[in-house]
Design a protein around this ligand. Structure first.
Ligand code: NAD
Length: 363
């Protein structure tokens, strides 16, 4: 087990543990767990039994009263109603400001349970236990919590760091191929915007990771989680701009997710959103054609299935990219690339360019 402790501006110290088949996490972090008067383990209702068994190995029952709460499956969990139901459940069972939420699941579970932890009694401690590839390299780390509203992604939310994040790659043994591929979408993102050493590691491990190879997955989680935590440490709340490149592919990606009515896995949407951003980067003459070809080929390695669920409605796409919260009042705002590892934010990309990118993203 590798442990990290890092200091972030608003929260102070945040801890993380990475490994495979870890056990009894409270014994490793006694201060956090012995101070809790009650614990609620939150998981998704469609989680496989092995997920719950692994979560119990990580967090064995103790004398601290333990409660269990199941969220609706996947993206259906990310609603204000579900957050309200979880908060009401905590209140009914006497949870106080000294209580603890443990969120074990994919990014939908960690986003929702983290959001409930942010608003319940104006904020209680939570432990993030990401169980998908995507969540272990991205969603379960960094303290961004949110729900969707009006069909748009992550519109209401809060920054609320987990006191501890636990990434155990044994969870990934039960992950279906489609979820591994979705995680590989966010993995490719780090290769596009991250430093050269991370890019080399990802290019080496991605082909095996996507087949479920345990060593490759553990290597990717270890490298990407450490990188993401270092970025979060330098820009906890998106204030300095250091964190913004991690949104590469997300402006168009979130719009495609909305056009698919939640039936496009997040990482696949991001991969298609990255393809759109690469096309815009090339056509605005920011990214030279050879670099475009190389980076676009990385997206090809994901072998994305046809995006049948996405409505081919460009006008709606246009409206969605302008409504994305990253637009910051501009018509739209995209992270583009000048070269691998050199992202740049560009506002008000024109509609004809966006049309070409939209079509290219769905090819
Ligand atoms: N907060 C952030 O910084 C951030 C970053 C990226 C993505 N996200 C969010 O994360 C969400 C996507 O997360 P995701 O890709 O993990 O999808 P998900 O949470 O929807 O989970 C996908 C499916 O995998 C199942 N699952 C989870 N763990 C499993 C396991 N170990 N074995 C078998 N099945 C398992 C779930 O039950 C679910 O059906 C999106 O809502 C996205 O917006 C958040």
């Amino acid at each position: 087990m590798k442990t990290f402790s890092f200091t972030v501006k608003h929260t102070g110290t945040v801890k993380a543990a990475l490994g495979r088949n870890m056990e009894n996490i409270p014994a490793q972090f006694p201060a956090l767990f012995s101070g809790a008067d009650k614990v609620c383990l939150v998981t998704g209702s469609d989680a496989p039994p092995s997920l719950r068994a692994r979560a119990l190995a990580l967090f064995p029952e103790s004398t601290t009263p333990r409660f269990y709460f199941w969220l609706p499956p996947s993206e259906k969990a990310k609603t204000l109603e579900a957050a309200g139901e979880l908060c009401s459940f905590l209140f009914r069972h006497g949870f106080s400001r000294n209580s603890l939420i443990i969120a074990a699941g994919g990014g939908a579970v960690t986003d929702l349970a983290g959001f409930a932890a942010a608003i319940y009694m104006r904020g209680i401690n939570w432990v993030s236990v990401p169980t998908t590839f995507l969540a272990q390299i991205d969603a379960g780390l960094g303290g961004k919590t949110a729900v969707n509203l009006g069909g748009a992604k992550n519109i209401a939310g809060a920054f609320h760091q987990p006191a501890l994040a636990v990434c155990d790659t044994a969870f990934l043994d039960s992950l279906p191929h489609a979820e591994l591929r979705s995680g590989a979408g966010e993995l490719a993102k780090y290769a596009m915007v991250g430093p050269a050493s991370l890019r080399r590691a990802i290019i080496k491990h991605l082909p095996k990771a996507i087949t479920g190879d345990k060593t490759a997955l553990t290597a990717c989680v270890s490298a990407c989680a450490a990188y993401k935590l270092s970025v979060v440490a330098s820009d906890e709340r998106d204030e300095t701009g250091a964190r913004e490149p991690l949104n590469f592919g997300h402006t168009a990606g979130h719009a495609l997710e909305a056009l698919a009515g939640g039936r496009l896995p997040h990482g696949e949407a991001v991969a298609r959103g990255m393809r759109a951003a690469l096309i815009i980067s090339r056509d605005m003459r920011l990214l030279p054609a050879p670099a475009f070809k190389k980076l676009d080929a990385l997206i090809d390695t994901l072998r994305l299935p046809a995006a049948k669920a996405v409505r081919r409605d460009f006008d709606k796409f246009l409206a969605l990219v302008s409504r994305d919260k990253k637009a910051r009042g501009a018509g739209n705002r995209f992270i583009l690339l000048e070269s691998a590892g050199n992202p740049v934010a560009v506002e008000n990309v024109r509609a004809p360019l966006l049309k070409k990118a939209f079509e290219g993203a769905l090819k």
